[in-house]
Design a protein around this ligand. Structure first.
Ligand SMILES: [Zn+2]
Ligand SMILES: [Zn+2]
Length: 111
């Protein structure tokens, strides 16, 4: 009985097993990232948009929403004033990658 599943595992080559390990690790990283993202979204939804997320001062009409989705007063609106969690570097990289992709696909020969 239980050998059926086992022998299937033995059939995998070393490389295949490495690939699987790599895949699993990527999957795990992605799940962790998603969990973090969900937690952040909950926090964002729970915040009071009439108060600065940093100093809790009432901001009302002067509320400024940062890239990280939180609302801030005029003093804390800048990323460096509120330990902004928005990944500006990653966004820049993603934009660059998207651009590169466009360039390479433009260069693909027509078949
Ligand atoms: Zn503030
Ligand atoms: Zn921010």
């Amino acid at each position: 009985m239980g050998f059926a599943g086992l022998s299937k595992g033995f059939l995998l080559t070393k490389q295949e097993r490495k690939d699987k390990e790599f895949e699993n690790r990527i999957q795990q990283g992605r799940q962790e990232e998603e969990a973090k993202e969900r937690e952040r979204k909950d926090q964002i939804e729970a915040q009071d948009p009439t108060r600065c997320f940093k100093c809790r001062r009432k901001i009302g009409l002067t509320a400024i929403r940062c890239h990280c989705q939180y609302y801030f007063c005029g003093r804390h609106r800048y990323a460096e004033q509120h330990e902004c969690s928005f990944d500006y570097r990653r966004q820049g990289k993603q934009q660059l990658e998207a651009k590169l992709e466009q360039v390479t696909s433009d260069k693909l020969p027509l078949v």
